[in-house]
Ligand binder design. Structure first.
Ligand code: FAD
Ligand code: DLZ
Ligand code: SF4
Length: 547
């Protein structure tokens, strides 16, 4: 570059990079930088995202652009309806290169493998320097995770989490021990709900003019996508996200820990923070939130089990799944260790099932683009695992339906945590449970036509026979697993008729499952000639849409 080259630097900012201190913006000056933000058809349709998710991302992007412009930055914002919109990140960067003739492009690496593959082609495509910067909004760099994971057969979150505690100093004593003596208070995060339990109302954010325009756009252009737009209450700016965080630390963190695994029909948020959408968009700094949580313990406002639980979810699970994703891609998308082949049942989209727990979780998912962790794991996920639903179908569903879903966080949770499709690299055992668990941790069963105490036959909770059907199907793989192997001696002690009853009941139930009729997950462009396997290649692995 010549010393007098006064052409600008082009800084593309992706929809989940809405952070003022993003590596590509740090140290840049306003007079030689053009920030490029792009609403593109490919991102909005590589799966048919929940309507609220598209509104959330477009609205947060538009607010962020306005905020940057107010602060004096030059922002080139391409709307979806721009008649010349090329439809992809690469196409839009190409158009911006024409418009601005930049001397370089500085971009922060993408969160998703699919997008990163496309970005890595930019140096060959564009006739200027392309600098791809690490996303340093995480505690652990990808190299750090790789070093930690190297030579380990099993990548357990617990040990990684301890490293992150040491690195950040969160909940550590001066002599390097965990505050309170234990690293992990998970066993104190499992109180069942009390009768009539409800949580304080959290702040809800009325759509402003910008959000309303996005709602109108989504109603018009994405009418056939899943999900309700009857209400839209997500924070779309850093200011709103901070208000949401303030309310969590003031009113809900105290009970967050004890009731982390509790479920109450109709109580969609309980004591959860509801901050994942803001953290993932870049509106909130996860480490800052952890420091606030730690402070609330120091101030005597929150018990250790709540604070440690919250910090563990963020510097433990969140950091860990991100490292795991990049370490295991791209084969994680195709993993199917349990050879699960069943189609996703229709009720995952409609909520029409007599199973009260599933119906409520799907309702919350449809109405809020959200379900809390234990609903995703032990109801929706547990069912998919036990029924043997094919991983690509489950992966697509989770990627579509949640407003906080990006593949880097969704895929490890789905493929590895709930479906055991990675064969146990992430989880030491499958998270399989019978109706007993859901009955203990929720009030769902009292409103259900099935009974959790009935094991087989008419009226039995379907989770009960499905649990045994799953265990028997995978006996060879699981019986030597120290955490579940013992269960087979219980099975072996049952009399033959009872065992047959379990298997027959499960088969009869599975035969009633209707596979999804309408194609909810895939955009019409991606559907042609689809099989689950081809879906993987075209929609996740192949970057076909970005070329
Ligand atoms: P809280 O319960 O208040 O937890 C605090 C924060 O911890 C969350 O905001 C989130 O940032 C983090 N966190 C908690 N658990 C996890 C986890 N397992 N992995 C990563 N971060 C975690 N989270 C997503 O952000 N996007 C997803 O696409 C996603 N898909 C999931 C799929 C399955 C099958 C499961 C079991 C979990 C998934 N999660 C996902 C994790 C978790 O369910 C959500 O982060 C959480 O429900 C968001 O609500 P909250 O902000 O109220 O979380
Ligand atoms: C999820 C999403 C959607 C629906 N639309 C856009 C968009 O139009 N423009 C954009 O920059 N980002 C969008 N996103 C988020 C991206 O998919 C996300 O930034 C990448 O997946 C990260 O790799
Ligand atoms: Fe769910 Fe079974 Fe309870 Fe019904 S009885 S709510 S299906 S766990």
């Amino acid at each position: 570059m010549a010393a007098d080259d006064n052409r600008p630097i082009l800084v593309p900012v992706l929809g989940d990079q809405l952070t003022r201190t993003l590596a590509s913006l740090r140290g840049r000056t306003k007079d030689d930088t053009v920030i490029l933000m792009m609403e593109v058809w490919d991102e909005a349709t590589y799966v048919k995202h929940h309507k609220q998710k598209i509104v959330l991302i477009f609205s947060a992007m538009r607010h962020f652009a306005a905020e940057l412009e107010d602060a004096g930055w030059q922002v080139d914002y391409v709307k979806l309806t721009d008649p010349d919109n090329a439809g992809s990140f690469t196409g839009e960067v190409a158009r911006a290169v024409e418009r601005h003739d930049p001397r370089a492009i500085h971009v922060v690496e993408a969160g998703e493998w699919r997008v990163q593959q496309a970005i890595e082609e930019w140096p060959d495509k564009f006739d200027c320097e392309v600098k791809i910067l690490p996303d340093d909004r995480f505690v652990a760099s990808l190299a750090e995770f790789r070093d930690w994971a190297e030579d380990r057969n099993q990548l357990r979150m617990e040990y990684f989490y301890r490293e992150m505690r040491r690195k950040t100093g969160l909940l550590m004593t001066d002599d390097g021990k965990p505050v309170g003596g234990e690293w992990n208070l998970d066993s104190e995060n499992r109180k069942p709900p009390k009768d009539g339990m409800s949580a304080p109302e959290r702040p809800k954010f009325e759509p402003d003019e910008i959000t309303q325009q996005c709602i109108d756009l989504v109603r018009e252009k994405f009418a056939d996508h899943f999900g309700s737009l009857d209400k839209f209450e997500w924070p779309v700016t850093r200011e709103e996200a901070e208000e949401a965080a303030d309310a969590f630390f003031a009113e809900r963190i105290e009970n967050f820990g004890p009731y982390q695994d509790a479920m109450v029909a109709g109580e969609d948020d309980l004591f959860h923070s509801m901050l994942s959408t803001s953290i993932n968009l870049g509106l909130l700094d996860p480490l800052e939130l952890c420091r606030r949580a730690e402070q609330s313990h120091k101030d005597g406002k929150a018990p250790l089990n709540s604070v440690e639980g919250f910090i563990r979810q963020i510097i433990g699970w969140r950091e860990y799944v991100r490292g795991f994703y990049w370490h295991q891609m791209p084969h994680l998308q195709r993993a199917n260790a349990l050879n699960a082949q069943r189609g996703l049942p229709e009720f995952y989209w409609t909520g029409e099932t007599d199973m009260a727990c599933l119906a409520d979780c799907v309702r919350s998912t449809r109405d809020n683009a959200h379900a809390h962790h234990i609903q995703r794991l032990m109801v929706l996920g547990n069912f998919a695992l036990l029924a043997g639903i094919s991983p690509p179908e489950v992966q697509d569903w989770y990627l579509v339906v949640y407003a906080d879903a990006y593949e880097w966080v969704e895929l490890p949770n789905v493929a590895a945590m709930i479906l055991y499709a990675d064969g146990g690299k992430l989880a030491s055992k499958p998270y399989a449970a019978s109706g007993n668990y859901i009955n203990k941790m929720s009030n769902y069963c009292s409103g259900c036509r099935y009974s959790p105490s009935k094991k087989t036959g008419e009226g039995a909770c379907p989770f009960n026979p499905l649990y045994w059907h799953f265990m028997v199907r995978h006996r060879e793989r699981l019986e030597n697993n120290p955490r579940v192997g013992r269960i087979f001696s219980t099975w072996d002690r049952m009399d033959e008729d009872k065992r047959q009853d379990y298997l027959d009941s499960a088969e009869a139930f599975l035969a009633t499952l209707e596979p999804a009729g309408k194609t909810w997950a895939k955009s019409s462009r991606a559907q042609a000639g689809d099989t689950p396997q081809q879906n993987l290649m075209t929609n996740h692995g192949g970057c076909a849409i970005l070329t």
